[in-house]
Design a binder for this molecule. Structure first.
Ligand SMILES: O=C(O)[C@H](O)COP(=O)(O)O
Length: 223
């Protein structure tokens, strides 16, 4: 049976400092590197031969991917990088302390922005530009809901990853808390009003097994 393993990057500097990150490109902390090693160990124990690794344009996920593919002894694998797996853009919350944001906007509003499906965090007033996105003609969002994140992620799933799985090729995705929540919502068919209960901790891999129609038949959270 074909397998997909998905994992969030290890702790980033922004995770450590409890600030909103989104598309900001921050490094892993020493703890985050340790978490990536632990995730790699869990994945190595599965003894899966992957065909591809997919990650975002952000270094916390890319560094985690590099560590994992090296440690599972599959450094030769192609690591495909796509902006479509980037973290959800947190708009004007970016850089703000998460506890301070609760004081400013209220716990309920923050819960909607962080864990709701359609709630859109406050937008930036000026659009950022970065070479990596400009070169591809990709507009950096002013802010993204989980729904918007899912909408820009699913074409990559459908056009790239799903086909490889259907060909029987095991796949590994290293991405972010909310981009993975968007994918899990799709794979597990989670209703809009229940996705707020799904959490994806740093460096905790999840393995899916699919049948020939790409229906998920098992899901294991690796510990
Ligand atoms: O972008 C961020 O701040 C983090 O990756 C995840 O955000 P969260 O703490 O709201 O899940």
């Amino acid at each position: 049976m074909v397998k997909l393993v998905i994992t969030r990057h290890g702790e980033s500097q922004a995770n450590r400092d409890n600030v909103y990150t989104g598309w900001s490109d921050v490094k892993l902390t020493p703890k985050g590197i340790e978490q990536a090693h632990l995730a790699a160990g869990l994945i190595r124990n599965l003894d899966i031969q992957f065909s591809d690794i997919h990650t975002s344009f952000l270094q916390r996920a890319i560094t985690t991917s590099n560590l994992i593919c090296d440690e599972i002894g599959q450094s030769y694998l192609p690591i495909h990088k796509t902006w479509r797996l980037n973290e959800r853009h947190y708009g004007a919350l970016r850089g703000m302390n998460k506890d301070d944001s609760k004081k400013q906007f209220g716990v309920e509003q923050i819960a909607k922005w962080r864990r709701g499906y359609t709630a859109l965090p406050p937008q930036l007033t000026i659009r950022d530009h970065e070479r990596r996105y400009d070169e591809l003609g990709v507009k950096i969002p002013l802010s993204e809901s989980l729904e918007m994140t899912q909408k820009r992620l699913l074409p990559y799933w459908n056009d790239v990853i799903a086909g490889k799985l259907l060909d029987g090729k095991n796949q590994l995705i290293v991405a972010h808390g909310s981009s993975l929540r968007a994918l899990i919502k799709y794979l597990d068919d989670i209703p809009d009003d229940e996705i707020n209960t799904v959490e994806v901790p740093n460096g905790q891999p999840i393995m899916y097994e699919f049948d020939e129609q790409l229906k998920a038949i098992s899901k294991i959270i690796l510990k």
